[in-house]
Every structure is written in structure tokens, then in C-alpha cells.
Design a binder for this molecule. Structure first.
Ligand SMILES: [Zn+2]
Length: 262
């Protein structure tokens, strides 16, 4: 174990926000390297709010988002990778796919705030996919004296499992669950037909897609990307990187399909 990096400054603000149309707010962790910085989406509903993914869990998301959150909140975990589930334990209502259940209950997969913690093989795979993986994933400390080597992900068992076609109802708006395996076995997206909006998790985002992680399946990923190409969608709010539209979705998906099939 090494001691905390003494040169790393203390973060003043851990989460930042960006507001979108249709009652959607992005929360993100600016002091986290882009590769491990997941997009956390808040969606306002009449009867319930949604939080889609929850970040690393090194600072309280619930406290940071208190003014946004309605009295009832459902946390949807698009999949169980550590950068998405760290804050899940802060929400009583936790929804995800059955194939991610075990990892959410007792996180045992890859996780860490340093390249060393992820391990050589995984870093090699990420580098081959196009990521520049830094030695340290944080550029500031979430709390004074925080030791990045003690990072752990707290278990947050799903309180409800969903599958393809299920609907998450917020009272005045409804999100259809799309099972989008490939990046991980139980990756899901949420599609709102009335606004043609897709919350895609890590099934598709505007960056190097990952099909070489433990639990990934290239065969499933091909099916998922083909399905996404057929979806009539205007806005994609993804698990990482900026949001994009259908044209960019087609480019990203076709680019990867060409590579996966070659
Ligand atoms: Zn992921």
C-alpha cells in the first residue's frame, strides 16, 4: 500500500451539473479521468425521479443532488461496473438486470482508482481499445487524507430486476427497458418514446467502446449495435462522454460493427 499522493489537491466541488431539455440533468465527477468518469443522469418525473447510474461512490451523490431529488427516487444501474455503481447504496430503490445482480450484491469485479489496482491485463485491453489510462484516475482528492488505495465499492443489492420490454413508470413519463448486452451481460438502456430519448449506459457512447472486459461478449455486442441502429431515437444520453444524436449513433455503431466483423 502506498500513502495518498501528497501532491494531489483537495477538490472543492466533487460533482458538477449540466441541465438538458425534458427535465434531464447530468451530474458528473470532474476530478475523475474521463475513462472512469461516468455520466449520472437525473430525470424528473411527477411521481418518481430517476437516477441513472451513480458514479464512483467516493463522495455522497445523494447529498450533492439533494435539491434535485423528489420524495421518491428510483436508482437504475445500467450495469454493474464500478464507475457506475459506487453510489447505488445511497438509494433504497435499486433497479437493474438480473445478470448484474451478483456484482451489485457483492462487488468482486475489477475496480480501482489507479492503473495498478485495475491490473496489467485490463490496462493493456483498455489501451488497445484506445484509452490513455493514467496511473492515477483522480486529479483531486474527494476528502482530506483520502487514500486512493483503500477504494472499495459498497454492495447495493438490486431491489427489483428488470428485463427487456419492462417499463419504469414515473407517473407522467415512462421508460422502456432495453436489454443491450455486449459491454456487460446485463447492460440495459432506458428508452422514452415520447421524447425519442435513450439513456444508453455503456452499450453506446461517443468514445472507444469496450468489448474486451471480463464478462463482455463481442457476439452480443454486434446484436446490440444492430438493434440500436434500428431504433428511432433523437437524443442519446450515454454512460460516458457528451450526448449525441441518431446520425452520430449510426457512425459509432457502424464503425464498431465493421471492426467487430473484420
Ligand atoms: Zn462499463
Amino acid at each position: 500500500m502506498t500513502s495518498p499522493n501528497p501532491t494531489m489537491p483537495l477538490a472543492e466541488t466533487w460533482f458538477r451539473r449540466q441541465t438538458f431539455d425534458d427535465g434531464v440533468t447530468l451530474l458528473y465527477e470532474p476530478h475523475v479521468d474521463p475513462f472512469a468518469r461516468c455520466n449520472i443522469w437525473h430525470v424528473r418525473g411527477r411521481d418518481r425521479d430517476l437516477i441513472i447510474d451513480t458514479g464512483l461512490g467516493v463522495r455522497s451523490l445523494r447529498e450533492a443532488a439533494w435539491d434535485l431529488l423528489g420524495h421518491s427516487v428510483t436508482a437504475v444501474l445500467t450495469h454493474a461496473h464500478f464507475d457506475h455503481i459506487g453510489g447505488a447504496h445511497e438509494f433504497a430503490d435499486r433497479v437493474g438486470h438480473a445478470a448484474e445482480k451478483g456484482e451489485l450484491e457483492a462487488p468482486a469485479g475489477f475496480r480501482g482508482l489507479t492503473a495498478a489496482a485495475l491490473g496489467e491485463t485490463l490496462v493493456e485491453n483498455l489501451t488497445a481499445a484506445g484509452y490513455d489510462v493514467p496511473a492515477q484516475f483522480l486529479t483531486a482528492l474527494p476528502a482530506a487524507g483520502y487514500d486512493v488505495d483503500t477504494y472499495e465499492v459498497r454492495g447495493a443489492p438490486l431491489t427489483r430486476t428488470v428485463n427487456d420490454g419492462d417499463v419504469i413508470d414515473l407517473g407522467d413519463r415512462a421508460f422502456q427497458v432495453l436489454h443491450l448486452p455486449g459491454h456487460s451481460p446485463g447492460s440495459i438502456g432506458l428508452f422514452e418514446a415520447t421524447t425519442s430519448t435513450l439513456f444508453s449506459g455503456d452499450a453506446i457512447y461517443d468514445g472507444p467502446l469496450l468489448s474486451e472486459l471480463p464478462g463482455s461478449s463481442r457476439t452480443d455486442y454486434v446484436t446490440t449495435l444492430e438493434r440500436l441502429l434500428r431504433l428511432d431515437v433523437d437524443v442519446i444520453h450515454a454512460g460516458h462522454e457528451p450526448s449525441f444524436g441518431q446520425k452520430r449513433l449510426s457512425q459509432i455503431a457502424n464503425d464498431y460493427l465493421a471492426r467487430f466483423r473484420s
